[in-house]
Design a protein around this ligand. Structure first.
Ligand code: HEC
Length: 445
């Protein structure tokens, strides 16, 4: 790796692992041990072990098959990706092999009424061939993380579509939902596993994970046709993902006062972070696991465990503060940074909630954050000259006259109880300290 001499000086002695400045093998064991990697931590796999409301990253859960069931897996265990886009073996129920409680930390869950309540005596289900396709599609969903919210067994009921509803469950899916299922509307920002790592379930050619995407697509296209919905209409459905989609496509801005400063301090504003990234400029924005959270060009990524407090701005690059571990690089120190080079920097409150995503030039002072917007304009009434309270118009209600002065200025009472009554920059002064029974008033800057 290239790093010129100047860069090393700027980067600062003792901040960056020695090995990072070249390809030589000079990392001393103690350097390596100060940084925690994924292999050094115990992942959080239970909701009760995580801080409330925190996204528990996907992991693999391996269990012996339930009694009466079997697996062809070489290790004799059923291994399941515990994730929204994860799946267990196609003939098994996801909920029997993975924690839906964990999956429900990975996106908001709420119950919602079905797009349409099925007619329990739907004549279409009298067609055995059709009924068996609908039942097959249900079994596919039952083997995936989707079941955690799209089945009436979800804690407060299904989120709109419900595979256990009486009658034809496809009725409960909205038209937009069918477009997603069929892969005609884009839902890629929600993440997908390679089918080879997910018991054959693919979520790239169709939106509903399936071991036989063509078969699923055929069923969904038939349902669309039955509803009189065209492929063109389905393709016109905007990409799914809401804010996650917006975050994926929003270009990074200039880092004003954020990034990694010349001394190696990681600086971000707007709260604490659970994930911090440094990427090559021009990388895709960090997205959701399992496949969008390490975009090509990721130089460094730090994760905070779900059972630890998120990180405050100001820690040192290439270190792993308490509760955190280095995800990228997975087993070698963070690379030294090149002075003069532009990097992309992202700090993320939790998966899907970026705090900042911006570009900065390493080596330059980070500068000041953009000046906050000026306080709301002071109402003309505040500060207007007066000789008594009656001369003060709303919102002011008090004429503050200094002892011995003939006139004063209009202001407002009551700021001790409610500091927000004062205009920006004004402070609160409690006159009762001098005159019991007198009010607290806003005073000029
Ligand atoms: C943690 C809960 C949860 C999981 C897991 C989940 N969803 Fe949902 N899903 C929701 C919620 C909540 C809604 C919104 C319901 C509403 O308000 O209409 C929804 C709605 C949908 C819709 C309807 C969208 C629309 O515009 O009508 C589709 C399609 C969908 N989900 C697909 C999936 C697929 C595919 C999976 C699995 C890969 C999945 N969901 C997993 C919670 C979840």
């Amino acid at each position: 790796m290239y790093l010129h001499r100047m860069g090393w000086l700027v980067v600062g002695i003792g901040i960056f692992p020695i090995a990072a400045c070249s390809d030589d093998a000079s990392t001393s064991p103690s350097d390596a041990r100060t940084v925690r990697y994924r292999v050094d931590i115990t992942p959080v796999t239970r909701v009760e072990d995580a801080k409330s409301g925190v996204f528990i990253p996907p992991f693999v859960d391996c269990r012996a098959p339930l009694e009466g069931s079997s697996t062809a897996a070489p290790n004799g265990q059923v291994c399941t990706n515990v994730a929204i886009s994860g799946a267990t073996e196609p003939d098994k129920a996801f909920e029997s092999y993975a924690s839906c409680d964990v999956v429900r930390t990975q996106r908001p869950y709420w119950p919602a009424p079905p797009a349409k309540t099925p007619d329990p005596s739907d004549p279409r289900l009298a067609n055995a061939a059709y009924a068996s396709e609908v039942a097959w599609a249900k079994s596919q969903v039952a083997a995936t993380g989707c079941v955690c919210c799209h089945d009436k067994t979800a804690p407060s009921g299904a989120s709109q579509w419900d595979i256990s509803v009486a009658g034809n469950w496809l009725d409960t899916v909205s038209n937009g939902g069918l477009a997603l299922f069929a892969g005609l509307a884009d839902s890629s920002v929600l993440g997908a596993y390679p089918s080879i790592d997910n018991h054959g379930f693919d979520r790239t050619s169709v939106g509903l994970p399936s071991t036989d995407p063509d078969r699923l697509k055929k069923l969904i296209l038939a349902e669309m046709a039955y509803r009189g919905m065209t492929e063109e209409q389905a393709r016109a459905v905007p990409p799914f993902g809401g804010p996650i989609y917006d975050n994926a496509v929003r270009p990074p801005v200039a880092c004003s006062g954020q990034g990694i400063d010349p001394e190696g301090r990681v600086v971000f504003r707007g709260g604490k972070a659970r994930y911090v990234y440094l990427l090559e400029a021009g990388s895709k924005n960090p997205g959701v696991p399992p496949n969008l959270d390490r975009p090509g060009g990721t130089v460094w990524r730090l994760d905070v465990l779900p059972n630890a407090e998120p990180l405050e701005s100001g820690f040192q690059y290439a270190t792993t503060p308490s509760g955190s571990f280095q995800d990228v690089p997975a087993s070698s120190p963070a690379p030294a940074l090149h002075p003069g080079k532009t990097y992309q920097f992202a700090a993320i409150r939790d998966i899907g909630v970026p705090i900042t995503n911006c570009l900065f030039v390493f080596g330059n002072p980070l500068g000041e954050p953009p000046t906050p917007p000026p306080p709301p304009p002071t109402s003309d009434a505040f500060g207007a000259p007066c000789t008594d309270n009656t001369g003060c118009s709303a919102p002011t209600d008090y004429c503050a006259v200094m002892p011995g002065q003939p006139a004063g200025y209009c202001t407002k009472k009551g700021c001790n109880d409610d500091p927000t009554v004062c205009p920006g920059g004004w402070s609160c002064f409690d006159l009762s300290r001098f005159d019991p029974g007198a009010p607290s008033i806003c005073v000029k800057p």
